[in-house]
Ligand binder design. Structure first.
Ligand SMILES: Nc1ncnc2c1ncn2[C@@H]1O[C@H](COP(=O)(O)OP(=O)(O)O)[C@@H](O)[C@H]1O
Ligand SMILES: [Mg+2]
Length: 325
């Protein structure tokens, strides 16, 4: 988040071209490559949450993952965070395979996981000083204060978590994550415990901050409208076990979208109906039988278009074609 500097500017590296016409590095800032997660099951068997899961994410992209409970969304996010290792496969972030946790990857959980004995400032400053060890105390505080101000909590720096509402605590979690300038921001249903008004305000703020800073985001949500508002692409997971990426849905709405006018935007209803139909029926039918020709390495790319029925909206595309678009 370059607005918070005094320390170090995040290197703005030119994306090296792999080959003329080939995929550029920046097209796969995050590359999930064939990951699986299995657990031992009773009777000496193995239960597979998901397998052969592939997903590329561009630098600066906001990706939401949607799927029913138990399909493995949190597991995918934990693997991206380095909190869990995949049973197979690899995740590459900015050219390097993930091994364990890193301050390059900040996580915002549904429960905010603040240190209750530290103030707002103390919680954020702790993260900042972990990121920039050896930084002067005044610099750490300055950066922490700016992050706190960014999420609208200026004036509450000296409050402790017990003095804050749920929404304010979640703001602290967001400030703490953003203050360390992560390469990727990972969010697991971050607003689901909040009342509708607070949720809306925080969605607005996260969206604004992520656009301003070019933040790459991977977020899990079960809220279709949240995904439509925030995401550039929406990854649809079939029901588990053995969940699959059924589709990658491109959000056809303009990047400059206002919450209040969202439902007037051309394409809104086609997109919303498509997501709802998936959750209501297709997440199950596709779990039981994927269409002929389904290639887990290149899940179908869908761009619901205004004025079409849902079936017509399905584009025969691949992840690769989506990345070139
Ligand atoms: N330690 C574990 N042992 C066995 N199964 C697990 C373990 N952790 C998670 N699972 C299973 O993995 C599946 C996916 O869990 P999770 O990633 O939390 O799903 P989601 O976030 O989509 O609801 C669930 O069916 C869950 O029971
Ligand atoms: Mg979960």
């Amino acid at each position: 988040m370059s607005t918070l500097l005094p320390f170090r500017r995040r290197p703005q590296r030119a994306a090296p071209d792999a080959a003329a016409g080939g995929a550029r590095m920046s097209d796969k800032f995050i590359s999930i490559e064939g990951i699986a997660r299995r657990y031992p099951a009773p009777g000496g068997r193995t239960s597979t949450v998901f397998e052969n899961l592939w997903l590329p994410v561009r630098r600066g992209e906001f990706v939401c993952m949607i799927g029913h409970s138990g399909c493995g969304k949190t597991t995918v996010l934990n693997i991206l965070a380095g909190l869990e290792a995949p049973s197979e496969g690899v995740v590459i972030v900015d050219g390097q395979a993930i091994e364990g946790t890193s301050l390059d990857r900040a996580v915002i959980f549904q429960g905010h996981a603040l240190l209750p004995w530290r103030t707002v400032l103390g919680n954020v400053a702790y993260a900042v000083s972990s990121r920039w060890r050896g930084a002067r105390r005044a610099e750490v505080e300055e950066r922490a204060r700016r992050a706190i101000a960014t999420v609208g909590l200026a004036g509450s720096e000296h409050k402790r978590p017990s003095e804050l509402s749920g929404g304010m605590k979640q703001r602290v979690g967001i400030a703490r994550a953003l203050a360390i300038e992560p390469k990727i921001l990972l969010m697991d249903e971050p607003f689901s415990a909040l009342d509708a008004l607070t949720r809306g305000t925080l969605q607005d703020e996260v969206r604004r901050i992520c656009i301003e800073t070019g933040q790459t985001v991977f977020m899990i949500t079960h809220d279709v409208d949240e995904a439509i508002y925030l995401a550039d692409r929406i990854v649809l997971m079939t029901n588990g076990p053995e969940a699959k990426v059924a589709e990658i849905v491109e959000n056809p709405l303009p990047k400059a979208r206002a919450r209040a006018a969202l439902h007037h935007a051309p394409g809104y209803y086609a997109l919303r109906n498509h997501l709802m139909d998936f959750l209501v029926t297709r997440s199950k039918t596709l779990r039981d039988a994927m269409p002929a020709g389904y290639d887990p390495r290149h899940p179908p790319v869908v761009r619901p278009a205004p004025g079409t029925s849902d079936a017509e909206a399905i584009v025969a595309g691949t992840e690769a074609s989506a990345m070139r678009a």
